[in-house]
Design a protein around this ligand. Sequence first.
Ligand code: IPM
Ligand code: MG
Length: 358
Amino acid sequence: MKIAILAGDGIGPEIIAQAVQVLELLNADGLKLELEDAAYGGAGYDAHGDPLPEATLRLARAADAVLCGAVGGPQYDALPREKRPEQGLLRIRKELGLFANLRPALLFEELASASSLKPELVAGLDILILRELTGDIYFGEPRGRRTNARGERESFDTMLYSESEIRRIAEVAFKAAVKRRKKLCSVDKENVLETSRLWREVVKDVAKNYPQVELSHMYVDNAAMQLVRMPKQFDVIVTGNIFGDILSDEASMLTGSIGMLPSASLDSNNKGLYEPAHGSAPDIAGKDIANPLATILSVAMMLRYTLNLEQAAVRIETAVKKVLAEGYRTADIYQPHMRRVGTREMGAAVLNALKHGL
Ligand code: IPM
Ligand code: MG
């Protein structure tokens, strides 16, 4: 199995280094994963003038799975859109057909009081957000800027979903719900948007094949509110690209820190790109304070979804739980009387837990 490692920008290289140590330990224990690095994001632009250089895309296509850090930084903000680091990420998602983005918001009980909500509202929280990732206003054409009849600049993007795009993400969502608590909430803005009207129709249609799943529909503004009012009402949430982008950041905070949340982006054959749900955090880059756990937990998702190594995935998740139970905390999840550690020390603690088991 070949894993492409795309560290990217900001804190990307630091957190990826910790995840790579975990992969190397699994190799030492008998897995045969070949790891290969490539330039990507701002680093890709710096090295090759392109946030997704040819060679990087080739490697990502050839690999069985891709592990990414994060992309972006203020030094790239003034570049034209197609050269910006974020385009590297959007293009790799599109080129590899990674339409299903799984963003679990799972609360480790050790972190209940690190959440911005009261512990009783989040204790036991386990939500799966399924975000459609290759359509919607992110990719719809036409888009652009023009001068209108009054001589004023105006800009436009196109929110667009085809029936087949909605159907395939809905299928993934129902299948996920069947394996969980069998509740699916589809989030849209059907009271206003044409795309949402089609979305809802198609989701209802797919639902006919899954009578065991309890389906509900919610407007996105209400969903944003319900997530902070009573988050435990949700099991699986399925939604479009832009709504999912926003709601998954919101949901992440319920679990204590966005620094804890992994994600998987899968194609129809479960080939996947795995990355933390957080960004490149340029303000703390290179300071050895970023939380590497979201990236390490992304490795667990890779083992589960692409490599079919459930046991190894659980082993990593258990090791993370153990270091949290032992009180290890990076700055983002720090609480009084806990053991404050940096990126490397947190990574080392996880490795140690993996080596010595429980
Ligand atoms: C995410 C990020 C990306 C997105 C950015 C970096 C393009 O916010 O993965 O959620 O909007 O999809
Ligand atoms: Mg986002």
